[in-house]
Design a protein around this ligand. Sequence first.
Ligand SMILES: [Zn+2]
Length: 290
Amino acid sequence: MAETCPFCLQPDTKIYLTAKEGILRKCRRCHCVFNPQRANEFDADSEELNTGYNALIEKMAGLDAQIGKKIANFMAAHLEMSGNFLEIGCGTCFLSKVFRENYPRIRYTGIESSSKFFDALSHELKKQVFFDKDLSAALDRIPDHSQNAIILNHVLEHLPDPRATMLELKKKLSENGGIYLEVPNEQWKKAQIMVRNILKPNAPAWFAGHINFFTKENLGHFLDHCGFRVAALKRESIADNQATFIKMLGGEEVYRDNRLAQFAYHLLRLTAFEKLIRYGIVLRCICKKN
Ligand SMILES: [Zn+2]
């Protein structure tokens, strides 16, 4: 059972790679890559995640505002920016702030499974967020066909049953509503692991908690299989997303002191190298009901 593809539910899968953290399998039908250990490794209340958490929120606030604007602009090109918007795994709710300032007709609701994230929210934001460890239970509180947009920003790669969740979310969408999805782009996963091993020998082969690994192609197939049509799906280059690059490095202060990182960023911008090799650090997508 553990070797059945969690995306298309076919049993025809093979070993994709073996690392010290375990193995990843690849579906021969839909080409999705997954960790056969389907327990949700993402422990939202883990010490690792919460150490210095409040300090981290403050340090990243400016970057999150820039990242949030990029996301909102992408959504605005494909969705009506009004009515009910639901964010799954809303964390610090940085998107709600962007919406409030730029799209006041949006009514925002979040769902969060980490008590630390939830406890850190302001009194006002707590009124807009459901805290629940069980996503299905939280979704039961959202009326069917009620949401103009649902946001999954770096969430799908953690979900033990991504197909079941997408089908549940589909029921919550209004007729013309859409889902905003953002996931890491795992194109050239094996090459990435090799490079990371050279740069940082003890780095894990994949981030703790990631159990689903997407490329532009297999994400499109997966959404199609769940009965969605893809309105937009693109690879986002680091050169076009400086705030994301700085956040990944550890924040503005780290970036300011890291000449090599600054050089690398400007080189990527000048050469448009990522576009040349058709790579992007994340996949950003809007899908709608078929
Ligand atoms: Zn499959």
